[in-house]
Write a protein that binds this ligand. Structure first.
Ligand code: HEC
Length: 99
């Protein structure tokens, strides 16, 4: 039974990583998230699937309207999952505000 569950989980992960869905999610992110803040605040995070799910719920509470929530979630997990290395923030060197 345990093996079956592991296999099921692996199959689901393989389906979830569909590049077309991830690309859709990337486009949806532009439309859905940019009205309120830059992408930097999103892309600097590394979260688990559960973490991104909670984050999307939190944004919904602030009025985010999703037309393809599932695709955005897959895109975020694939690119900014907690298994991905953290990139250092891109800073100006003279203390000036970032453009
Ligand atoms: C209705 C406005 C709104 C929309 C649309 C929105 N957000 Fe946010 N988001 C906020 C606010 C407000 C904050 C917190 C403000 C800040 O810290 O600048 C925030 C902060 C965040 C953070 C930083 C962590 C946190 O919880 O504070 C992440 C990650 C995030 N948003 C992800 C997203 C994603 C992904 C989308 C698109 C699916 C999205 N947001 C769309 C309002 C929004």
């Amino acid at each position: 039974m345990r093996t079956l569950l592991v296999l099921l989980a692996l199959t689901t992960a393989a389906v979830a990583a569909d590049p077309a869905v991830i690309e859709k999610g990337r486009q949806e992110e532009q439309r859905t998230c940019l009205p309120c803040h830059s992408l930097r605040i999103i892309h600097s995070n590394r979260l688990s699937r559960a973490g991104w799910n909670k984050e999307l719920d939190k944004m919904a509470g602030w009025g985010t309207k999703y037309s393809d929530r599932e695709a955005i979630l897959e895109y975020l997990v694939a690119n900014f999952g907690d298994d991905k290395p953290v990139t250092p923030p891109d800073m100006t060197t003279d203390g000036s505000a970032k453009k």
